[in-house]
Design a protein around this ligand. Structure first.
Ligand code: F6P
Length: 313
């Protein structure tokens, strides 16, 4: 992608046109488009929410859905209408939901509103999507065909990959997703780090790795929202995000299927790496929906360095 697009076209390129020029298969690009549009509805829901109303009754006595459950409902309904999705599963449900007729090509996973509690403090939050063929209970590398995330912050942005590079779009005032950066590529080495978990709960080898980063002069950047934190690394073209194995929770916190696989697919497409400390995230087999796993994701140098430190443990 990229070579076929002249500078003139680049100025006005929107998501649909970009995917068409990039040769993304027709059903897949319609699906990605549908999900991007759904991001607008989720964003509207965030804007109309009165922050802390979740779980309370509205003035008509109706129960308010929490924002993440509302986002899940919106996604599910939109995907049902798409005609391309056989099964849908999300962090909000404890099962795989058959939403198609059974002959559709794609299986969609979602973290409908990651970090939704950050709305209270007006920090950015996001939606993470994985698109698979055949099954989700396999290694991501075998089943994933596309991944995307949407950030709801000062701007609404959408980052996608369909296996041909990573591209960012910004939602403009006219409601169009306009290309803002094409073929995002992580540098070999960055200068920021984003660390989940409490220091007192880290393993000695992880602590030594963090001390290495600190001694080397990395700057701390952590908002507590996976989407904005990883987006920062991607847009700044380098660095490391980690939510490690903790002494009391050896599998860490983040979920393999809903959070880690899609973002790992994006990071690899951008020339970076994503590992649980030993194995690539995309080589881990999904055994259950809520499987958690430690994560080191970002530029190659920092991820390789993490592997080195963890191997000494
Ligand atoms: O999984 C939810 C989540 O909010 C992620 O978005 C984020 O990276 C992580 O949890 C933050 O966890 P903690 O509050 O332990 O730093």
């Amino acid at each position: 992608m990229g070579e076929g697009i002249s500078d003139y076209n680049r100025c006005i390129i929107d998501l649909r046109r970009h995917m068409w020029l990039a040769g993304v298969e027709v059903e897949l690009r319609r699906l990605i488009w549908q999900i991007a549009v759904t991001g607008k509805y989720i964003s509207a829901k965030i804007h109309e929410s009165n922050r802390k109303l979740a779980g309370f009754r509205n003035i008509y006595g109706e129960e308010q859905l929490s924002l993440d459950r509302s986002a899940d409902e919106i996604l599910k309904i939109q995907l049902q209408f798409s005609g391309f999705v056989r099964e849908y599963t999300s962090e909000e449900s404890d099962s795989v939901i058959k939403i198609g007729q059974g002959d559709e090509k794609y299986f969609v996973t979602a973290d409908p509103l990651d970090g939704s509690s950050l709305v209270d403090t007006n920090l950015s939050i996001g939606t993470i999507i994985g698109i698979h063929k055949e099954s989700i209970f396999a290694e991501g590398r075998k089943t994933m065909v596309a991944a995307m995330y949407i950030t709801y912050g000062p701007l609404i942005t959408m980052v996608y990959t369909a296996g041909h590079g990573v591209h960012e779009f910004v939602l403009n005032r006219e409601g169009e997703y306009v290309l803002s950066e094409e073929n995002i590529t992580l540098k070999e080495r960055g200068s920021i780090y984003s660390l989940g978990g409490l220091r007192k709960d880290w393993t000695p080898e992880h602590l030594r790795y963090v001390e290495y980063l600190e001694d080397t002069g990395y700057k701390l950047r952590y908002s507590g929202g996976f989407v904005p934190d990883i987006n920062q690394i991607l847009i700044k073209k380098g660095g490391i995000f980690t939510y490690p194995a903790l002494k009391k929770s050896p599998h860490g916190k983040l979920r393999l299927l809903f959070e880690l696989q899609p973002v790992a697919f994006i990071a690899e497409q951008a020339g970076g790496l994503a590992t649980d400390g030993k194995k690539d995230i995309l080589s881990l087999k999904v055994e259950e929906l809520n499987q958690r796993c430690p994560i080191y994701i970002g530029s190659r140098f920092e991820v390789e360095k993490a592997r080195e430190f963890l191997a000494k443990g």
